[in-house]
Each structure stands twice: as C-alpha cells, then as structure tokens.
Ligand binder design. Structure first.
Ligand code: GLY
Length: 353
C-alpha cells in the first residue's frame, strides 16, 4: 500500500488495492466517514465492492458546505479519540468535496497525521477535491481558510458513483471539468465547448483526462508556489460569490461549481480587457456556461459585498487581491491585480449576456 501514496486508481484496480489495504495486518482500525447523503446513496455500493471480511466503523457527519467547519472537525477528532484511533488507524473519506476536504483535514491533523484514502462520489470531488492533497475547512463561511496539503494513501475513482448524483450535483462538477479544459488548451477546449446538458456516460468518459490535467499541474508544483495557482482560475470571484451566498440570510446557497462557473465568466471578461484574451473565446465560454448553469442576479450591494469577500482569498499578497488571468487557452498569468471598476464591468457583462 505504501507505494501507492497519492496515486489515483480506477474501478476494479482501486477496489483491489483497497481490499489488500483492509487485509494489511498492521492496520488496527478503519473509519469510513460518510455524510447523511452518502450513507444512503453511496455506502451500499462501497459495501458491495469491498470484501465481505473487511472490518470498519462508519462515522456520519451532516451534509453540506455549511457544515465544513470547526464544529464538525471537533466532532470528528473527538469521535476518533473516543473510539481509540491511533497512528495505525486509517480514515476512508466516502463522499463529495465536503467530506474529502474535512476528512482529509481531520486525518492530517489527528495525532499529527494518520493515513487516509479518498473515495470521491461526486464529479467535483473526482476531478478536483480528492486530487492533489489539499484539505480544508471554512472559517465564518470563507472557503478553506484552514487546511493542510497532505496526500491521501490513494484516491479510488469509481465513476459508478456518478449515478447517485442529482443533475445539479453533476453540473456543479462540470465547472471544474471546464476549468481543466481551459488550462490544457485548445484541443481539450474544442472537445467540450459544444457540450449540451451532460449525460452521465459522456461525463464519466471525461473524468480520467480531466484528472490527468490536474495531476500534471500538481506534480510540477505540489505546494502552490507558482504554477498550481492556475487551478484557481475563476475561483477568486467564484469563492467570494459562494461565500456570499452562504452568508447572506435569505440567499439560496450556491453549489461550489455554480459559483465557480460565474467566476470563470467574470475572470475571462477581465482577461479579455487586461490581457487580450480573444473575444470569441470569451463568447464561447460564456455561451457554454450559460447553457449549463442557471443565471444568478447580482445587485450593486451584492457585488460590493462579493468584492469585499475577495480580500480573504488565499492568493492575496500583502493584503492585495491577486487574480489568475488567461492570455489565451492554456496560457495564464498569475498574481494579477485588477481595478475594482473592471470587476463591476465584468458583472455587468455577465448580466447582459
Ligand atoms: N482546487 C485547486 C487545487 O487543488 O489546487
């Protein structure tokens, strides 16, 4: 098992590796973290694909980004403590990005770090959250303010879990698939730019190449000193929009991907204005995103609050907000500063589109 650290294993190969892991004599306890949804929809598939002799305890947490916080973390740490988890224990995170982020964080901090395995069950977690070792929790609804970078023993990707998702959940993950295509460049973009409402089979076929794009970036810059920042494309405004929707009473919380999709339109408009990102590409991206994701309204008050929230972005330097912008498909500039007035114009472009 030790030689698979950080590796991504698909389907049967992954389940076989997991089984041999269960058999490893040195592991005293395995804890499977699920949320209210994955307990019902994903645990049965997990049970049917693991060996009958496998012994593990299931720990359930509440579902949803609003629970990816210190209270749930404390609950998990205490649970592990009460159940006698030690350095030889292993945590299996069975769920979407919320479960893999918080489960990875708990595992990487409990007793200064115990081993963990991700089994992502959403598209978003398959192509993004479970790859590359970032773990984290939110602080006052600001995304991933506390976290670690720690690779799982492995990520087991079984695209059959995609059948457990609602249409909204599937779409949310498409935002990261689109982002990876922009990062890779023209050939990958041409494959998806005309995509209609995604079917599970066609989405499942995109998963390995989307993961490979992220891996290629992470391998070159695991600690996000430079290149890895491109994976945050659309996320400076996307995270702020998501935090705004979570914090604002009466506002319907947006899924991560819905917010990032809007963030990518806004940041692509800014890229066109500041770096000459081709207009026809901006229009292609806008049209794809608006075909897949519902348009959201933003009044001036909302935009002002969202801009304020960008001050918490993790890429900021000396308190100054830094964006990742795109010169052309596959070519990015990091650490860009953007005038506030241009952010307002980007929202106005989105609203008119
Ligand atoms: N989700 C961005 C990263 O893993 O770097």
């Amino acid at each position: 098992m030790s030689n698979t650290k950080g590796r991504i294993l698909y389907n049967e190969k992954g389940w076989e590796a997991l089984d041999s892991f269960f058999k490893e004599m040195k592991i005293r306890q395995v804890f499977v973290i699920v949320d209210e949804h994955t307990e019902i929809h994903c645990l049965p598939l997990f049970i049917s694909r693991t060996s009958k002799e496998a012994v593990y305890e299931v720990i359930k947490i509440p579902a949803g980004e609003k629970h990816k916080n210190i209270s749930t973390t404390l609950y998990l740490w205490e649970c592990l403590g009460k159940k006698g988890a030690d350095k030889s224990s292993v945590i299996v995170n069975l769920g979407g990005g919320m479960v893999t982020d918080i489960g990875g964080f708990v595992a990487s901090t409990y007793k200064r770090g115990i081993r963990f395995i991700h089994i992502p069950t959403t598209l978003l977690a398959m192509v993004d959250a479970s790859i590359g070792g970032k773990t984290g929790i939110d602080l006052d609804h600001i995304k991933n303010q506390i976290g670690t970078i720690q690779l799982p023993e492995m990520t087991l990707v079984d695209t059959d879990f995609l059948f457990t998702l609602s249409g909204d959940q599937l779409l949310s993950g498409m935002a990261e698939v689109i982002k990876h295509a922009l990062i890779k460049g023209k050939t990958e973009w041409e494959k998806i730019k005309e995509m209609k409402t995604p079917e599970i089979a066609s989405v499942a076929a995109l998963v390995p190449s989307s993961i490979a794009i992220k891996e290629e970036v992470v391998v070159q810059d695991p600690d996000e000193k430079g290149l890895r920042k491109v994976l945050n494309y659309g996320h400076t405004l996307g995270h702020a929009i998501e935090a705004y929707s979570l914090r604002t009473p009466g506002s319907i919380p947006l899924l991560h991907g819905d917010a990032v999709a809007i963030g990518m339109i806004l940041e692509s408009y800014i890229s066109t204005e500041l770096l000459g990102f081709p207009k026809h590409r901006l229009e292609e991206l806008t049209s794809l995103i608006l075909k897949l994701f519902p348009k959201q309204p933003f009044d001036d008050g909302a935009i002002a609050s969202i801009i304020k929230l960008t001050s918490f972005d993790k890429k900021n330097v000396n308190g100054e907000v830094r964006f990742v912008l795109m010169e052309e498909l596959g070519k990015f500039q990091t650490d860009c500063t953007v005038p506030v007035e241009l952010i307002y114009r980007a929202f106005s472009y989105y609203q008119r589109a």
